[in-house]
Design a protein around this ligand. Structure first.
Ligand code: KG4
Ligand code: ZN
Length: 377
């Protein structure tokens, strides 16, 4: 089964075609992040306008790529080709309905509903945060049989997907959630941030360091530079607090970090370089995330531990999870997405729809900016 996914929750406009929830056939992402970089953060109105500008070209490009990957041959005019590809290769439409910025969300949701209305194909509404988890089912492996239309192969050869039950940590720019995933569609929220999200902590502290938007990306690059210098390896990275790390629940708190960083920057005696500060900040965020997430293992006894969302692209976060799990919990398998599928894109939307296949009447589908990972408003 091939699902066309659409994701327009924030400043990325993405359309993707995924086969059987795992194999990416085409994935196109346009972003207006350069525009927001100038203002140091997202301006929702501008993000929504860019979504409108990008959505049809991105859809068109995705379908063109799909026909190339599948080696389809059409003789019609370009315009007919697009509807032809859509009609002949796509089985269902999936769209991220929330959470996100309402103006941006509406563009993807209304586009998806229109496609479903015109083609009569099933449409599946998808929770953006749950979809981040499904980035871990995605592969680009060329070993899969692209030729077959009704392939019953659920995963390409050699591609290992998470076994359930699993614990998933979803870390994005606006959310930090820990969930127990008993099965597909059975997600129990077990903890999350009390204030700022992990991505927000990266972005806000990066701004204090004078780094551009999106801060997490630039801050982690600086931190990596610091950590790549051999003599820095032995320096202690415990300057900033790890609030709530010893609390008995599975919650996090990151809002204190920016105050601590601001104090350090304003301290006249501060001799730390920007890259050391970046490494210190990164370590505080990463250690809080890893420590709390691992605490869930004793209670929930998962087979897999999964991370997803923009912050899951972070190298140090992946490294710390791999090290800790291999030494303390070798029976648990750790999964992190191929990095480009960590951040917002439509492939996980399509993958999520395959494993949670609940077609809904297009009339009943609405954008919901404040949806939570467990589905409540
Ligand atoms: O999931 P995502 O692409 O969008 C939202 O749903 O928010 O996550 C974006 C967040 C931003 O806060 C960005 O700074 C952060 O993910 N991010 C990173 C890295 N790459 C993206 N944070 C730390 N290290 C990274 N390598
Ligand atoms: Zn996201």
């Amino acid at each position: 089964m091939r699902i066309l996914g659409i994701e327009t929750t924030c400043d990325e406009t993405s359309v993707s075609v995924v086969e059987n929830g795992t194999l990416v056939i085409s994935n196109i992402v346009a972003t207006s992040s350069d525009l927001h970089a100038k203002s140091g953060g997202i301006i929702p109105e501008q993000a929504a306008r860019k979504q409108i500008e990008y959505i049809i070209p991105v859809l068109e490009k995705c379908l063109e790529e799909t026909s190339k990957t599948l080696k389809l041959k059409f003789n019609q005019t370009k315009k007919r080709q697009i509807s032809e590809i859509l009609n002949s290769t796509i089985d269902a439409i999936a769209v991220a309905v929330g959470p996100g910025l309402i103006g941006s969300l509406l563009v993807g949701v209304e586009t998806a509903k229109t496609i479903a209305f015109v083609t009569g194909k099933p449409i599946i509404p998808i929770n953006h945060l749950v979809a981040h988890i499904y980035a871990n089912w995605i592969t680009e492996s060329a070993t899969s049989p692209y030729k077959t239309t009704n392939s019953h192969i659920h995963k390409p050869k050699g591609h290992s997907v998470p076994e359930l039950p699993a614990i998933a940590l979803v870390v994005s720019g606006g959310h930090t959630d820990l969930v127990y995933m008993k099965n597909h569609g059975k997600i129990e929220w077990i903890g999350g941030t009390k204030d700022d999200a992990a991505g927000e902590a990266f972005d806000k502290t990066a701004r204090l360091l004078g780094l551009p938007y999106p801060g997490g990306v630039y801050l982690s690059k600086l931190a990596d530079e610091y950590l790549s210098i051999p003599q820095n390896k032995h320096n202690k990275l415990n300057l900033f607090p790890r609030p709530m790390i010893e609390s008995k629940n599975f919650d996090f708190s990151f809002s204190g970090l920016k105050t601590a960083v601001l104090r350090k920057i304003q301290d006249k005696d501060n001799k730390m370089t920007k890259s050391e500060l970046a490494a210190q900040i990164q370590e505080a965020i990463v250690e809080s995330l890893v420590y709390k997430t691992l605490k869930t293992i004793e209670k929930y006894k998962p087979k897999s531990l999964i991370i997803g969302g923009g912050v899951s692209a972070n190298k140090r976060l992946r490294e710390m999870f791999v090290n800790q799990i291999s030494t303390s919990y070798p029976h648990v398998k750790f999964f992190a997405p191929i990095p480009k599928y960590s951040t917002d894109n439509a492939a996980p939307i399509a993958a999520c729809a395959y494993f949670n296949y609940k077609p809904t009447q297009w009339k009943l589908i609405n954008a919901n900016s404040s949806l939570t990972i467990a589905g409540e408003k």
